[in-house]
Design a protein around this ligand. Structure first.
Ligand code: NAP
Length: 753
């Protein structure tokens, strides 16, 4: 196909007439021209010089001083002049428009454009009339300022009317899409209200601040010393005053309402400063700071962490070179489970809780944001330190909208228990991976306690809707599965329930919630596999030191266990007995592991863990160890492949509903790397290839965006014969933000791409 054919095929309009050809109009005309969307482009402007420039630039084929001459025979008319001129222009051209012509505009306000059209055409508007507003611009104006890519990656709001024909709507939409814009629809009223807050108010404030400072006697000094903040804030005050004058008057009602909202919030801040009201002041500032990014993540369903976010739009992979060593003393990031709970209980406690060693990972940040959304003042984590100004068990406030859980199952299940007992309604949503995780397992027992909770996704998955104001009653519940998250959700709901709640576990699971409740002064009775909590108590703020995460440490334990001459010390790792399954299993396989410097931190036992190279043998993993090592199996499968003989795992069906189906995904990866293994419904059989030489071949592994799968196949590189590429590793930051840095430090050659 020749270039001419291509252009002719793109033709949407025979003749397009622009009324007004400044920044916006001429940019759109440039797009029509560049994409071959119109056979003829004409314009009418106030001044001849604009038309001359446009003709010289080749943006239009003909120019007219009278708009009537421009619109004759046009099948698209674009009103691209100031909104205040709409009625006059429409009145002038009305009788000369083709009956089936499409009329659209680019005005920054829509209510007054609609009113102008009604004034001219009456209540029966032409079916070709489609108001629209590109949310793109610049501080420059005029035909010379136009750019063909002005609208690319910007939003265009189209506000179709009841009278608008589907053909006109489709063509206008297609035209803006061709400009590279993201086209969305809303009503005229919604448009004007939203824009009043997001665009018109900020411009008004910028003009106002510059005027306020300019009218001071010391204005020269003020502008001489004006720093970056002033310049950033007032950049938009350089916009065209005439245009903004028109917009402010055109959207008067909505702008006045926005100014009222602004004034009352400003008065509130003023009072906080007057009264030295430090906690609510920092609360307002931290919430505002987080809100800027938080809402973007919610809208785009992306993670919180910048690192994760950047990489989630550009997929990330690890490339691991074969061989390497494993030595040194490493500090592993804080425990994820303890980090979550420190925020939750700190928020519900009376007084101020300081946390150190907090894991600034994606999931714990979701928990932090959820409590901020419910009015709790929490400072930003810096070097693992967070301060939480607790509001007590009855101090949470209703959030403004749905609470966003990112991809954190822990946050969702534990928070369900807390929210079931609140006086207000809540909705919990998350990213696409969370919306596949089963939530009925927590909803069911909460319903038995009297909660009104609905899993509104297909198959009992999120979003979760919780109705507040229910009086909960204690229950005696036998957990059908070994899940610390479900147990914790129930125990947390029990804090507000009448009487006692007892949870009986089929096998012991992580007891971080029980330990931390005790650390916050709440009585918890543990008898064998039964945990009992009575409602009506209170939590008292305390300081929490989060231990290093044994689940993250596990990758380095396995790495050292399979690498010749390895000797690694992992500092102050949490060795909570409900989490040490990985140590026990590795020891049974023959690993050389010892604990040094044992101590207690925030109710949790910790120790330095030393691992040295040794010969591993295959074992049948005792089922009683399975819940104690549930997150560590992907790493343990790597150890099993490097052992002498067969390793059999049973009783681990839970692995199939983690961030990925960890049994299938690990089996697929192991097969690619040449390891003989058989996945079973509740586990895996792995034929170990022995303690000598390379065990894994080379290949490309799909991690299914599961952080633990990605890290497991990374350490396989230590015993591989060739390069291993792992795809979809951006989620590693959810639990172990500096994994590749530590792995490099210890002697693995791993690159992030
Ligand atoms: P601009 O660069 O100043 O261009 C305005 C154009 O309209 C000029 O060609 C001007 O003619 C013509 N014009 C002015 N008054 C007129 C009248 N009474 N009758 C007929 N034509 C008239 O303005 P712009 O930035 O393109 O803005 C145009 C429209 O886009 C406005 O409605 C604005 O609300 C909307 N908008 C602007 C932005 C932005 O950031 N600039 C963003 C989104 C939407 P001359 O060339 O002869 O002066």
């Amino acid at each position: 196909m020749s270039e001419t054919d291509l252009i002719l095929e793109n033709v949407l309009f025979e003749k397009v007439a622009f009324i007004g050809l400044g920044l916006i109009g001429s940019s759109l005309a440039r797009v029509l021209r560049a994409k071959g969307l119109a056979r003829q482009i004409v314009a009418s402007t106030r001044s001849q010089s604009t038309l001359d420039q446009a003709l010289t630039l080749g943006v239009i084929d003909a120019g007219f001083s009278n708009p009537v001459d421009a619109v004759i025979d046009a099948d698209l008319i674009v009103l691209a002049m100031p909104v205040g001129a709409t009625e006059v222009v429409l009145r002038a051209i009305a009788k000369h428009i083709k009956p089936d012509a499409i009329i659209t505009d680019v005005g920054s306000t829509k209510g007054n454009v609609l009113q102008a059209a009604i004034n001219v055409f009456g209540e029966t508007l032409p079916s070709g009339f489609v108001p629209a507003h590109p949310i793109a611009g610049a501080e420059k104006s005029g035909v010379m300022a136009g750019k063909v890519d002005l609208f690319r990656h910007h939003k265009v709001i189209v506000t179709p009317l009841d009278s608008t024909s589907s053909d006109a709507l489709a063509k206008v939409t297609q035209m803006w899409k061709a400009a590279g814009a993201d086209v969305m629809q809303m009503t005229v009223a919604d448009h004007d209200e939203i824009l009043a807050h997001t665009s018109h108010l900020p411009h008004l404030l910028a003009f106002n601040l510059v005027e306020q400072l300019a009218s001071r006697a010391d204005n020269l000094d003020i502008f001489r010393f004006a720093a970056g903040g002033f310049r950033d804030f007032t950049r938009i005050a350089a916009s065209d005053p005439q245009m903004w004058h028109d917009i402010f008057l055109a959207n008067k009602k909505a702008i006045l309402a926005a100014i009222d909202g602004f004034t009352s919030q400003l008065d509130h801040l003023k009072t906080l400063i007057e009264n030295d009201d430090s906690t609510p002041l920092i609360g307002t500032l931290t919430r505002a700071q987080a809100a800027r990014t938080h809402f973007t993540h919610m809208i785009e369903k992306t993670p919180y962490l910048e690192a994760v976010m950047n990489n989630s739009t550009t997929p990330q992979q690890f490339i691991v070179q074969p061989g390497g060593s494993m030595t040194g003393t490493l500090t592993i990031p804080g425990d994820k489970s303890v980090s979550h709970r420190s925020i939750m209980l700190g928020a519900l406690a009376e007084g101020t809780t300081h946390v150190t060693g907090f894991l600034e990972g994606e999931d714990a940040l979701a928990t932090l944001q959820a409590f901020r959304d419910m009015g709790v003042v929490i400072t930003d984590p810096k070097n693992g330190e967070v301060t939480i100004h607790g509001v007590g068990l009855h101090g949470l406030k209703p959030p403004q909208g749905a609470l966003y859980m990112g991809n954190s199952g822990t946050t969702t299940r534990l928070l369900s228990g807390i929210l079931a007992a609140q006086a207000f309604d809540t909705v919990l949503t998350g990213d696409p991976s969370l919306t596949k995780r089963p939530m009925e397992r927590i909803a069911k027992p909460l319903r038995l306690m009297g909660a009104k909770i609905q899993t509104t996704g297909e198959k009992g998955t999120p979003p979760i809707s919780i109705s507040g104001g229910q009086a909960l009653e204690g229950i005696d519940y036998l957990l059908p599965m070994a899940s610390a998250q479900v147990k914790s959700g129930i125990l947390l709901a029990a804090l507000w329930s009448k009487g006692k709640t007892t949870v009986t576990e089929p096998e012991p699971t992580r007891d971080h919630t029980e330990r931390m409740l005790k650390a916050f002064g709440y009585a918890v009775d543990v008898q064998g596999n039964k945990v009992t909590v009575e409602g009506g108590g209170k939590l008292t703020a305390t300081n929490i030191q989060v231990p290093a995460d044994i689940s993250s440490a596990a990758f380095f334990m396995v790495a050292a266990a399979i690498t010749p001459n390895a000797n690694v010390v992992l500092r102050q790792v949490g060795i909570n007995p409900t989490r040490t399954g990985v140590i026990e299993i590795l020891k049974q396989m023959g690993a050389n592991i010892s604990l040094e410097n044992e101590a207690m931190a925030g109710g949790e036992p910790v120790a330095d863990i030393r691992i040295q190279a040794s010969k591993l043998k295959g074992i049948h993993i005792p089922e009683d160890q399975v819940p104690l090592a549930i997150d560590e199996f992907p790493a343990l499968f790597i150890a099993a492949a490097c052992a002498e003989g067969q390793t059999v795992l049973t009783g681990a069906a839970e692995l199939r509903v983690k961030e990925s189906d960890r049994i299938q995904v690990m089996a697929d990866g192991l097969h690619i790397l040449g390891v003989d293994c058989t996945p079973t419904p509740d586990g895996m059989i792995i034929e170990g290839k022995g303690n000598q030489g390379a065990v894994f071949g080379s290949g490309t592994i799909e991690s299914h965006h599961d952080h633990r799968i990605a890290m497991s196949f990374s350490i396989a590189g230590l015993r591989a014969s060739g390069e291993i590429t792992i795809i979809g590793t951006e989620t590693v930051a959810t639990s172990f933000p500096n994994f590749t840095v530590l792995a490099q430090q210890a002697g693995l050659t791993i690159k992030v791409q």
